[in-house]
Design a protein around this ligand. Structure first.
Ligand SMILES: NC(=O)C1=CN([C@@H]2O[C@H](COP(=O)(O)OP(=O)(O)OC[C@H]3O[C@@H](n4cnc5c(N)ncnc54)[C@H](O)[C@@H]3O)[C@@H](O)[C@H]2O)[C@@H](O)CC1
Ligand SMILES: Nc1ncnc2c1ncn2[C@@H]1O[C@H](COP(=O)(O)OP(=O)(O)O)[C@@H](O)[C@H]1O
Ligand SMILES: [K+]
Length: 490
């Protein structure tokens, strides 16, 4: 599990650690790690030209100490001081003593033009709001010049706690972050600005947080955001055993599709079958299309409540305006996943009143409609939006998009999915995800785990299917078994 912590939690842990180590030790650890990564990016340090962008806080101090180390190894290092009257004094002294050159703001463009590497030490976790002038102008000139950029702790202009970017921000090739990940490095848009993230151990110790849907709210010492890795997903995959039968593996009921959108039903059923369901029951108006593609599906003509035994329902993909059956599903006392049109059609009070787990899977547009805000607002503040929706509906919410997020109804860490690929932005791929996550719910995973494991497998399947070329949603569904094998290490 990759865990990320809020600035408040990081600061508390740093204070605790600083009380136990010699003064300045943490900054030296940070600077040493930073210099190593800079040297890797440069390839050859001796004779290279490095430019440090140095802000007024400790982030600038890290850059100066790392710059001193590079200067001692023969790099020509220049430091552009953004506020010469306020700069980390110890860092500046070390930098000068190592032969580093200080340039005034006006000289910045000149040194930047010949740079082999730019080190962004403008602001770190002390950054508040969008970058102010002159930092903002400097950042746009760096972008225009195109030199490789290593960001110190996080790209300046990215909000550490949320990944929100207002105005200019540094686009880094590599971000060297200290102690622990920050949420803004894992959630878009911040994640995209961070490039490759390298974690440097400075001795911080923070506990593992409580997962989505896991109960306790995030407080000091608890993770704000967590990202599954292969092992986390592998340990949750429902595998059949000798005692398994189709009911024990989980029967998924799917209420999806319409005369107008029969394909959504086919895709959701396809996702569910590859998600490990023992059986899939289909209820809706696209039964002919479903059976033609998946003869193994069990179709029923009556309402969902009469369809027979079901361990979890998926409702909504491609329903159009056909709300028939939806109320039945919302009233069921088994886990329910609501997606797409179902999110618009379902009665909010009935969803809130449900006793069994509920997983809502909106994309940004659907989330915006549920929240009554503009889509851009959700895109800009994904973490806040997913938490707000989960709280309002008393449900687990999976917010789709370039970094899919899963939040539980009672706070706790939000899961962020690291496996997605922009190739997944293709019509119907969300329908596949709903079936896949529904199968995991039916197999007995909690809503937070089903959402996070589903998103992880779906993202991997997208990568397998695409492999650098466009894909359709059907291809994604067909690649789910390859994603399982990947995760299981087969
Ligand atoms: N606290 C610690 O133990 C350690 C901290 N370290 C470094 O220290 C950083 C935090 O240092 P600070 O608390 O001094 O804070 P920062 O250096 O991140 O930023 C604070 C400075 O940036 C300015 N600033 C804030 N928002 C701005 C904006 N929007 N536009 C322009 N300027 C802005 C402020 O006026 C302030 O002077 C970390 O990110 C990390 O790089 C590391 O040295 C490791 C150890
Ligand atoms: N830029 C992106 N990067 C990674 N994944 C994406 C991106 N855009 C969309 N996706 C994923 O693609 C899927 C699209 O689902 P959705 O928006 O519901 O489409 P549809 O309704 O057509 O099925 C989601 O799983 C989403 O997370
Ligand atoms: K920075």
């Amino acid at each position: 599990m990759r865990t990320a912590y809020t600035v408040e939690t990081v600061r508390a842990a740093e204070r605790e650690l600083m009380a136990r180590v010699p003064e300045g030790a943490l900054m030296q650890r940070a600077a040493a790690g930073l210099a190593v990564v800079c040297a890797e990016v440069l390839g050859k340090v001796y004779g290279s030209r490095v430019v440090l962008l140095v802000g007024s806080g400790d982030n600038g101090g890290d850059a100066l100490f790392a710059g001193a180390r590079l200067a001692r190894r023969g790099a020509g290092v220049s430091a552009v001081l953004l506020s010469p009257e306020r700069v980390h004094a110890g860092g500046l002294a070390a930098f000068r003593a190592a032969g580093g050159r200080v340039v005034a703001g006006e000289g910045a463009e000149g040194v930047l033009r010949g740079a082999d590497l730019v080190v962004d030490g403008i602001v770190g976790i002390g950054g508040k709001g969008g970058l102010r002038a002159p930092a903002s102008q400097l950042v746009s000139s760096v972008r225009a010049l195109g030199a490789p950029v290593v960001a110190v702790d996080l790209p300046s202009g990215v909000d550490a706690d949320s990944g929100v970017v207002v105005g200019e921000a540094v686009r880094a090739d590599v971000t060297v972050t200290f102690g622990v990940y920050k949420p803004g490095l894992l959630i878009d848009p911040g994640r995209e600005y961070a490039g490759v993230v390298r974690l440097v151990d400075i001795g911080l110790e923070l506990g593992v947080g409580v997962g989505a849907g896991g109960g306790a709210g995030a407080g000091v010492g608890e993770a704000e955001v967590e990202a599954f890795q292969y092992a986390d997903v592998a340990s949750l995959l429902p595998l059949p055993t000798g005692e398994s039968d189709k009911y024990r593996r989980g029967v998924v009921g799917i209420v999806a599709g319409s005369a107008r959108y029969p394909g959504a039903a086919v895709l959701a059923v396809g996702g569910a079958l590859r998600g490990g369901a023992g059986a899939v029951r289909y209820v809706g108006r696209a039964a002919d299309a479903v059976i033609a593609r998946f003869p193994e599906a069990l179709v029923s003509a009556g309402p969902p409540s009469k369809a027979g035994r079901v361990q979890a329902w998926v409702a909504g993909p491609g329903l159009g305006d056909d709300a028939e059956g939806l109320a039945d599903v919302v009233g069921a006392d088994v886990p329910v996943l609501i997606d797409a049109d179902g999110l618009r059609l379902a009665d909010a009070a009935a969803v809130r009143g449900r006793g069994a787990p509920t997983l809502l899977t909106p994309h940004a547009g659907e989330a915006a409609a549920l929240l009554g805000v503009a889509r851009e607002e959700v895109e800009r503040g994904r973490l806040a939006a997913v938490r707000e929706l989960a709280g309002r509906y008393g449900a687990t919410v999976l917010l789709k998009g370039s970094t899919t997020l899963v939040a539980g109804p009672d706070g706790g860490a939000v899961r962020v999915n690291p496996t997605g690929t922009p190739w997944l932005a293709t019509a119907g791929s969300g329908d596949v995800l709903s079936g896949l996550a529904g199968a995991l719910l039916a197999a007995g995973l909690g809503a937070g785990d089903a959402g996070a494991v589903g998103a992880y497998l779906h993202g991997l399947a997208g990568r397998h299917a695409a492999d650098g070329a466009p894909v359709g949603a059907q291809d994604v569904a067909e690649a789910i078994p390859a994603a399982w094998r990947d995760v299981r290490g087969d």
